[in-house]
Design a binder for this molecule. Structure first.
Ligand code: USQ
Length: 402
């Protein structure tokens, strides 16, 4: 089974596990990355929890352990000519040093600066986020339109596009009746950061290209992801995705686990009533595979909400505290001043049915998952640097509303 799939951002927390998953499913996989995330982490002194080899080594290790060959090319996709080279047989062979596996059936687009706090750390970070994220998306849409219009684009959006409205959140679209007439529109969106706003702009761009040129696009609205082990990474520790626990690139569950192991109070921002839809990294892989297996039709922008269950930050802290106690850790909790601009108590009721209807079987955040994460983190405990866990000096450059 499987054709050619190009994974943009293939070095990333989700990109590399996706590359292995599609390779294991029998696809011809090409991964593309310019190591932006690694460069940003290095520039700002933010280590991963454990060292993660670069893609040349990881693809070689994967092959050595019996996986199909994954082709890797280091490219900055914010440059339009680089993006277009991926869709041309001669350019592809020059760049990859491997025969052209044919037009990609799917392009999986993760190649974006993914951190909300980083996106507004200062004006340079804002500029980088906007320029990188929007250019890569726009370059991809133009390349597919011009060179490969049947390719299915699967983009990772974010639940944060919707914000926290006081009404139920639908899967991407809302039917509106206004003065006796009805129409269907993108669900109203209101990002809580520059990063989230770039994802809203991505959706708008994709929707325009779908309307104008009948492209096929799936936009997956994903919540914060947790986890550090997938079926494929169990073959070797060097195949694990990289894992940030700092206050810029770490997501909350991953951070809380590291804090519990380090004896650092769990950093609940503000009141802790902030509620989000969370998802295990293994379920992300299932969802993406389901979206690829069941492509959008030409002229369709299909939007799925990619989450498994919702929690408030307070509830997450309680769950991690209990898990820590089971393993003999003394875990405390601190309500710290919220460095984000977000509602700390709010209504939150998203719909998330469509991916289950495509066969995704969700895995909840249960004791076994939490215990397993603590165990892996404990094995790297000596590398934890408490000074990068929470730095009140690193604040978003937005004024909190009084
Ligand atoms: N939070 C804390 N304490 C912490 C860290 C976070 O209380 O130490 C809170 C945040 O204020 C927020 C919630 O936990 O209310 C989630 O924060 P997060 O850092 O896990 O997630 P977020 O910044 O929203 O972004 C992450 C990914 C992003 C993805 C997004 C999905 O970095 O790429 O798009 O999750 S969503 O949140 O649904 O928009």
């Amino acid at each position: 089974m499987g054709g050619h799939i190009c994974i943009l951002g293939g070095d990333g927390y989700l990109g590399w596990p996706s590359a292995m998953r599609f390779s294991a499913l029998g696809y011809d996989v090409t991964v593309v990355d310019n190591y932006l995330r690694r460069a940003l982490c290095a520039r700002h002194g933010l280590d991963f929890l454990y060292p993660v080899p670069r893609l040349a080594e990881r693809t070689a290790l994967w092959e050595e352990l019996g996986g199909r060959r994954i082709r890797f090319v280091e490219l900055d996709l914010a440059e339009p000519e680089n993006m277009r080279a991926l869709f041309d047989a001669t350019d592809y062979e020059r760049l990859c040093g491997a025969p052209w596996p044919g037009e990609p059936e799917t392009v999986l687009h993760y190649a974006e600066q993914p951190s909300a706090p980083f996106s507004q750390r200062d004006y340079r970070c804002t500029d980088l986020t906007i320029v990188n994220n929007l250019r890569v998306t726009s370059n991809l849409l133009c390349a597919v339109r011009d060179l490969c219009p049947h390719t299915h684009i699967v983009h990772i959006g974010t639940m944060g596009e919707y914000g926290t409205p006081d009404i139920d959140i639908e899967e991407g679209w809302l039917d509106i009746t206004h003065k006796g007439r009805q129409d269907r529109f993108l669900f109203p969106r209101q990002g809580a950061s520059v990063y989230h706003t770039t994802k809203i702009m991505d959706t708008d761009l994709m929707w325009f290209f779908v309307r104008a040129w009948k492209l096929r696009v799936t936009d997956l609205m994903q919540g914060p992801v947790y986890g550090l082990e997938t079926e494929e990474s169990r073959r070797h520790p060097d195949l694990r995705p990289y894992f940030n626990y700092d206050d810029q690139f770490g997501t909350v569950i991953n951070r809380f686990i590291v804090q519990a192991v380090a004896g650092y109070p769990l950093t609940i921002y503000g009141k802790g009533g902030q509620t989000r839809g969370y998802i295990n990294i293994n379920d992300t892989l299932q969802c993406v595979a389901a979206a690829v297996r069941h492509p959008a039709r030409p002229g369709e922008l299909r939007i799925f909400n990619q989450i498994t269950e919702t929690f408030s930050v307070r509830e997450l802290a309680r769950r991690v505290q209990e898990a820590g106690r089971r393993r003999g850790l003394d875990v405390t909790v601190a309500h710290v001043e919220n460095p984000r601009t977000e509602a700390e108590e709010h209504y939150y009721n998203p719909t998330y049915k469509a991916l289950r209807e495509l066969g995704v079987v969700p895995h909840p955040l249960d004791d076994e998952v939490l215990d397993g994460m603590i165990e892996v983190v404990q094995s790297h405990a000596v590398r934890i640097r408490p000074e990068i866990i929470f730095r009140p000096a690193v604040k978003c450059e937005t004024r909190k509303q009084e």
